[in-house]
Design a protein around this ligand. Structure first.
Ligand SMILES: [Zn+2]
Length: 326
């Protein structure tokens, strides 16, 4: 039997996680993208047993996709007939399995947001597809789940203002382009200036970084640029693209963060949100290299660190949940 104190801390350690079996897709032929990451993330989270509460994503209604993407492109993806030049831009062929996955992930990010409004924090085990544009995917992204979820949450009036915080090493160009002109949604991107995409879009706040920046400089820059936006925009929800590609060993990053630096980043972002009573829904994002297990471990460490920081906030956590229940 658990004592009352133990039971309370046990309940607080619950992390709400959104997943769907179709997130784990067999690799299409000719694809260099590593497809087993999401399955490994699921397995590592399953090992945490009852510390994780699982929620299943569903098919995203087509109208939600069409609220940010062009109707023609939505149809091309859903019918798995994306033209070759767009597939080249995406980086892999859009097979029926890839299309089915793409159609579920945005609903998963929206569901994580709804759970965050209830519990303070929740995570989607996929998503963060920040390069996808209105009429095409790009950079391993098919539909922009961050933009779809943010637009839907505003259209439903679940919240008045959403801030997308994108800490992937690549600029959140698709998210910025898709959401420009929506005053209820702000976008923040901190990224390696010389990295993909070559042509950057304009986020509400962009923080371009020099190659090779280390933990201390990264964290100081993140804090000094994110705090004013939080205090001016006063979001009621943060969608957090927690890409782990700023890691020093990442194949497509250009920065030099350690694993400890990445976890300090998660505690910093969570702490700033908690102090202002703002819930966070996180997605994964970039993380590239030969060792898929090591990359999945970094994503899971990020999810767990965010969840534990919210859990440790105790009363602040319940205040955030109460805020979300309005
Ligand atoms: Zn990236």
């Amino acid at each position: 039997m658990l004592g009352l104190r133990a039971a309370v801390s046990y309940l607080r350690s619950m992390i709400h996680v959104v997943h769907h079996p179709d997130y784990v897709t067999p690799a299409p032929a000719r694809s260099t993208y590593r497809w087993n990451k999401n399955g490994l993330i699921r397995d590592l989270l399953l090992e945490r047993g009852e510390a994780v509460t699982w929620h299943c994503a569903e098919q995203t209604p087509t109208a939600w996709l069409e609220a940010v993407h062009d109707e023609d492109y939505v149809a091309e993806v859903l019918e798995a007939r994306v033209p070759k030049e767009k597939e080249r831009r995406i980086g892999f062929p859009v097979t029926p399995a890839v299309a089915s996955r793409a159609a579920i992930v945005p609903q998963g990010t929206w569901l994580a947001a709804c759970l965050a409004l209830e519990h303070g924090f929740a995570a989607n085990t996929a998503g963060g597809s920040h390069h996808a544009l209105a009429n095409t995917g790009a950079g391993f992204c098919v539909f922009n789940d961050l933009a779809v979820a943010a637009a839907r949450l505003i259209d439903e009036r679940r919240v008045a203002r959403v801030l997308i915080v994108d800490c992937d090493v690549h600029q959140g160009d698709g998210t910025a382009a898709l959401l420009a002109g929506r005053p209820e949604i702000a976008t923040y991107s901190i990224h390696a200036e010389k990295n993909f995409p070559v042509r950057k879009a304009r986020s509400t706040v962009d923080v371009p970084l020099a190659d090779g920046i280390d933990d201390a400089a990264y964290l100081a820059t993140l804090e000094v640029t994110l705090v004013p936006l939080l205090d001016e925009f006063r979001p009621e929800l943060i969608l957090y693209q927690a890409g782990v590609d700023p890691f020093a060993g990442d194949r497509l990053g250009r920065l030099s963060l350690t694993l400890d630096g990445l976890m300090r980043r998660e505690r910093l972002v969570a702490g700033l949100a908690i102090a202002r009573g703002v819930p966070i829904a996180s997605t994964v994002g970039g993380g590239y290299g030969e060792d898929a297990l090591a990359i999945a471990e970094r994503h899971v460490a990020a999810i767990v660190t965010l969840g534990e920081t919210f859990a440790a906030a105790g009363d602040a956590g319940s205040r955030i949940a109460a805020l979300g229940a309005r």
